[in-house]
Design a protein around this ligand. Sequence first.
Ligand SMILES: Nc1ncnc2c1ncn2[C@@H]1O[C@H](COP(=O)(O)OP(=O)(O)OP(=O)(O)O)[C@@H](O)[C@H]1O
Length: 364
Amino acid sequence: MGLTRLDIFNLRIISRIRMMPVSGLNLIVGPNASGKTSLLEAISLLATGRSFRSARVDTVVREGQKEVMVAGLLNTPGTSSETTVGISKGPSRTRARIAGRSVHTQSDLARLMPVQMIHPDSHSMLTGGPSERRAFVDWGLFHTQDGYAELLRDYRRVLSQRNDGLRHGLANTLLRPWEIELERLAKQIDEARGNYLTSLLPELEEIKHVLPEVRDLEWSYRRGWRDGEELSALFEQGRDREREVGHTLLGPHRADIAFKKSGIGVSTHASRGQQKSVVLGLRLIQVAALFRASGQRAMVLIDDLPSELDAQRRQAIGQLLAQMQTQVFVTAIDIDPSDLGCWKEFALFHVEHGGLVANASADA
Ligand SMILES: Nc1ncnc2c1ncn2[C@@H]1O[C@H](COP(=O)(O)OP(=O)(O)OP(=O)(O)O)[C@@H](O)[C@H]1O
């Protein structure tokens, strides 16, 4: 899937923009504060229902307006099949539409539009808390394994019930059924996550040849409770402590992934530029794995690619993206013509004061 038309209304500095992206590279250039990131934010809002910059919708809605709206035309590459998609979001309600029909859950849109977002803080996936690393795995499973989103939703629901029970001093016998159910769901999540990470290994092998940063990369998955132990038995043993803290301390919601290069932790020893390349590499591995598993091509959004990546690394990333034949949106303050060399199809969008001032498309 790729966007062939994008309409944005009342998103931050943007009052109204229509953009006609191409299927290859869409390079969005302009000075600071011109609205480049806001364009990417619009695509991410359409695809995920959320901004990658802010959890508060009122900061995303243009000042003085009530709602932000983003609409797009999605095309399946190589076909003439097109689908309209749209989302409007205000402080109190969100409305999403596919092919003119309202959809109840945002995940319908997300399934249709897999998007990988890479921004200047993306290295926090390696240096920050484990939730971003879990989200990395869960993104892949959401798009490749039927029922995974529901599995996670059920796990979170039961987890929250048990946490309430712990906080309110519920008797052990009443907590027990939730613990048994949590263990059942936890095993399924754990198995899916382990299998997914293993399924990325062939893609890692492929990408190694182009991106030196991932050459010696390895990862190990920690499932959130001790190996070789039954989660329900650990719940029995640890209940008193959990009652004290008021929440469940073990389970897939505590899982993590450790990334290493040549046996050394990437989060502690790699430079920021190296970390950024690793995260980019990991995201592209996911895009390739998604295509292999389902034939779906994820869109890739990269905010400020040039920051912290030298020309050689940028070109390696460009080469990979072009090979994947995926639709890419990149923002930059200036154009570096050497970044465009590998693209058969690209378009330049010049943004100023929240509007497009020129649009030059080219087929190489
Ligand atoms: N809710 C809002 N309403 C109106 N304008 C806003 C709102 N939120 C942010 N802005 C303005 O939008 C502009 C930021 O746009 P954006 O971050 O997309 O720019 P950018 O081109 O990516 O900048 P940079 O190159 O500096 O990263 C700023 O001028 C900011 O003041």
